[in-house]
Design a binder for this molecule. Structure first.
Ligand SMILES: *[C@@H]1O[C@H](CO)[C@@H](O)[C@H](O)[C@H]1NC(C)=O
Ligand SMILES: *[C@@H]1O[C@H](CO)[C@@H](O)[C@H](O)[C@H]1NC(C)=O
Ligand SMILES: [Zn+2]
Length: 502
């Protein structure tokens, strides 16, 4: 007969085993959930080779250090703050420098008159024959042989004369430069919300446009923009343009079709000068406000450009503040008519609102078979549409820094992209109007997405996937050629980083 003691011993062993099993089961279950969910993340299908694995370790060491210090409050996590607070400082980090050197493929969401920053635009004001008109808090420009005849509420004067009669050239230029950027110190006060900053944003566009709608300036601006994108290790650009009416000093004006032709000419020249650049394409994206032309005229121009420049023209979109409208459904009859003639690349749901026309632009975009979605910031709130986007493999063009600067999200850790990435949705990362907030052509957005938005566990596979996605969802005609070109640059990059850190 067993003693009380042996019974007790047996019991305690059984209990222990039971407890251990429960603990082990839960732990196993927990790890299964963890692994299973990680596998859903964008980029998990990529298999890294030996060299890439080594480079991944370098990337991850730098990234996790940044994150863990922030998490433990050892150092402020700057990416949780407003872009203006960290845009210059992050450039000095080793990880940023790596991301800058990394081949990033294509920029698929960028706008014509914000491709370049304020320092560049300021240089344009040194061109001859440029007149300036100061109106209250606004500045307008016009190139002309003699005093411009275009309206100016005060008076036109040559920039050169205004600059040198100001008595202080640096101060004068500082003042002008402020007109060419949204970056300010007191952004909290100046841009209290999305509506407020859109007001400044529109003023910015008006001012820049008054300089670059001079045809020679337009062409130089685009050429130099391509140069900056190339320098940021981007090799293809799909530019959305309102295709403004250009003018020259001889009194000629150029309609949107001619403006598109001018873009194509510059692109060809650029590719001739830099044969490693793979090109640019145009998405005609006039203002949804139909200020200059009627909507029917927009579509006529689009079809005409497509007919004349079939290889350069990618498709059609509408720009401007979506909350301010009109929404896409307003133009539905015309858009439906041209659905088989034009490819659509609609901006949709660049908004914080839910159940309003602006986020419901998504329904129209998808019903009209949009090829990609510009922003899709509020897509996160539409489970059915998320399924649709996944099934139909429609890329979401996410612009993290734009959304932060334009007051949709104040801490990018809360950006919906973090969910899109975790779900493995078709995403490309782009930079929208990067010149307006003085960001690099793509590196800032890649850095912000990788370190500030994606999971701590997202690694080099995500970065490579984002670059590959920018090719996959582009309109470039020979995808295999572009991927081969990318792979070659990528392995060069990988091997160089590996050797340097060996
Ligand atoms: C239960 O786990 C503890 C610590 O992990 C271990 O020392 C003990 O041997 C385990 N007991 C059984 C019955 O597995
Ligand atoms: C890995 O890097 C070494 C140089 O460090 C290079 O010789 C080798 O070809 C690379 N492997 C691949 C698969 O690129
Ligand atoms: Zn945009």
């Amino acid at each position: 007969m067993p003693t009380k003691l042996t019974v007790f011993l047996w019991l305690s062993i059984i209990m222990q085993a039971f407890c251990n099993t429960t603990h082990e089961t839960v732990k196993k279950k927990r790890n299964e959930l963890f692994e299973k969910e990680l596998e859903m993340m964008l980029g998990r299908d990529i298999v890294l080779n030996e060299n890439e694995t080594k480079v991944n370790e370098i990337f991850m060491k730098l990234k996790t250090k940044e994150l863990d210090q922030g998490f433990r409050h050892r150092r402020p996590f700057v990416l949780s703050k407003h872009f203006f607070e960290y845009k210059d400082d992050v450039k000095k980090t080793e990880l940023y420098k790596l991301i800058k050197k990394m081949p990033k493929g294509a920029v698929l969401h960028a706008h014509d008159t914000s491709l370049l920053g304020p320092d560049y635009v300021l240089e344009l004001t040194y061109w001859k024959d440029l007149y300036i008109c100061f109106i209250d808090d606004e500045v307008l420009f016009r190139f002309a042989k003699t005093l411009p005849t275009t309206p100016c509420a005060t008076k036109w004067q040559l920039v050169k004369e205004a600059r040198y009669s100001s008595g202080n050239v640096d101060e004068f230029d500082d003042h002008l430069r402020k007109e060419f950027t949204l970056v300010v110190d007191d952004y909290v006060k100046k841009y209290p919300d999305n509506n407020a900053i859109w007001k400044s944003f529109k003023k910015y566009f008006k001012t820049i446009l008054s300089i670059v709608s001079y045809k020679p300036a337009w062409e130089q601006y685009f050429y130099d923009a391509l140069k900056e994108y190339r320098h940021d290790n981007v090799f293809f650009l799909e530019v959305r343009s309102i295709l403004p009416t250009l003018y020259d000093l001889d009194g000629n004006v150029y309609d949107p079709v001619a403006t598109a032709e001018s873009y194509q000419k510059v692109t060809e020249q650029f590719m001739h000068d830099y044969p490693d650049f793979m090109g640019a394409k145009l998405i005609y994206a006039p203002s949804r406000g139909t200020e200059q032309f009627t909507f029917d005229e927009y579509l006529r121009f689009a079809k005409e450009i497509k007919r004349k420049l079939p290889d350069f023209f990618a498709g059609f979109d509408l720009v401007n503040h979506e909350d301010a409208g009109p929404p896409n459904k307003h133009f539905l009859p015309q858009l439906v008519n041209e659905k088989d003639n034009l490819n659509y690349y609609f901006h949709a749901a660049e908004t914080n609102w839910n159940g309003m026309d602006s986020d419901e632009n998504l329904y129209d975009a998808l019903a009209l078979d949009t090829k990609r979605i510009g922003h899709g910031f509020a897509l996160i709130k539409h489970p059915l549409l998320i399924d649709e986007v996944r099934k139909r493999d429609i890329a979401i063009e996410v612009n993290v820094i734009s959304n932060n600067v334009l007051c949709l999200v104040s801490d990018i850790r809360n950006h919906p992209l973090s969910s899109y990435l975790a779900q493995g949705l078709p995403v490309v990362v782009s930079s929208d109007d990067r010149g307006a907030w003085e960001a690099d052509p793509l590196s800032h957005d890649f850095y912000a997405a990788f370190v500030g938005v994606a999971s701590r566990h997202a690694d080099l596979r995500l970065l490579k996937k984002l670059a590959l996605n920018s090719i996959r969802y582009s309109t470039y005609s020979d995808k295999n050629k572009m991927i081969a070109e990318f792979e070659s640059r990528w392995s060069q990059f990988i091997n160089a980083v590996k050797d340097k850190h060996a």
